[in-house]
Design a protein around this ligand. Structure first.
Ligand code: ATP
Ligand code: MN
Ligand code: MN
Length: 307
């Protein structure tokens, strides 16, 4: 009887030494991308992606049944210790179980072995958790908005931010839209940063109402673009640069230079199978990011915003 038992498939070793179980399993029927493809992708992209993940509380989106299956968004994970995935001190968020962070390349591959496809990060780092170091403006096009209008909208948001003395950096979302990331000095608290980001979006919606809405909800944004400032609150996250998306097509969120926007065809311009062509550019489209952080104070004054 025992002889008829099928041989157990051996786990496939990945470059990082992680043993990948069910590596052949297709996670996205539309592309044929497998779990092993995802692990290998994260191993390759780790040096670029760690710059975006380092020291940030990170939520993990797992899709054990592939991108068409159920999505689990995990802020906490106490199941077991995993190489390269750390639990942050509980004092950072005392009411909840410890937050997670990816500590290095091995953590990325290890997470992918546990069916994590997406990595989402906070706008603050662990050493100063009460003071965000960036604002995120997430451009969410409503139904019927052409991509050319999303591009133009991004340029408009940029002009306003530059006018305020803030410098936005751009990435594709890997999904439908674009994300503008504004580095700021770590002086203001969450309420102030979120409040100011909301004021910026309300100003946009009031100035260019034919294009922008400041209210979320699909009803409000038909034919318009919701500039989502809700990513700027305590505990809110945005998908990290270089993360794969757990959606059909397996898009990737990629940092781009403003001068490249014209050549980008959509939020999912790059996917896990085409993004290798971007590795040589790496994070260079965000050159100057670290030096671009200014205090929000003068910008708040210019907009007439008081916390
Ligand atoms: P797209 O360009 O298609 O909008 P996106 O990543 O911007 O892609 P959004 O729905 O706009 O998708 O969400 C923005 C971010 O907000 C996500 O990347 C995620 O980090 C966070 N988010 C959104 N919905 C949830 C949710 N239900 N639970 C946890 N985080 C969420
Ligand atoms: Mn979005
Ligand atoms: Mn959004």
């Amino acid at each position: 009887k025992a002889a008829t038992m099928p041989a157990r498939k051996k786990a496939q070793p990945a470059a990082s030494g992680i043993e990948v179980s069910h590596g052949d399993r297709i996670i996205d029927a539309s592309t044929g991308v497998t779990k092993l493809d995802v692990v290998r992708y994260y191993e390759q992209v780790a040096p670029l992606m760690m710059e975006h993940l380092q020291d940030r509380p990170t939520s993990l989106m797992r899709t054990p049944d592939g991108v068409a299956g159920e999505h689990f968004f995990q802020k906490h994970w106490q199941v077991r210790a995993m190489a390269g995935i750390v639990q942050l001190p509980q004092s950072l968020d005392p009411e909840h179980p410890p937050l997670l962070a990816i500590a290095g390349a091995k953590g990325l591959a290890q997470a992918a072995q546990f069916n994590v496809v997406e990595f989402h990060t906070w706008n603050a780092k662990r050493d100063k958790i009460l003071r965000p170091d960036r604002m995120t403006f997430d451009l969410d096009p409503g139904e019927g908005v052409a991509w050319s209008a999303v591009r133009e909208a991004a340029e408009l948001v940029r002009v306003l931010l530059l006018e305020l003395g803030l410098e936005p950096f751009l990435k594709t979302s890997g999904g439908k839209g674009l994300h503008l990331v504004v580095p700021i000095q770590r002086r203001h608290d969450w309420d102030t940063v979120k409040g100011f980001s909301k004021a910026i979006v309300q100003h946009l919606a009031a100035t260019v109402p034919q294009r922008f809405v400041a209210k979320s909800g699909p009803q409000n944004r038909k034919g318009k673009i919701f500039v989502d400032y809700l990513r700027n609150g305590w505990g809110a996250t945005t998908v990290s640069a270089w993360s794969v998306r757990a959606r059909p097509g397996t898009g990737v969120s990629v940092p781009i230079a403003w001068s490249e926007l014209d050549q980008v065809s959509g939020g999912a311009h790059w996917g896990i199978q085409s993004v290798q062509t971007r590795f040589s550019k790496g994070n260079s489209p965000w050159k100057g990011y670290a030096k671009a952080a200014v205090s929000m104070g003068p910008a708040m004054q210019r907009l007439g915003y008081s916390a």
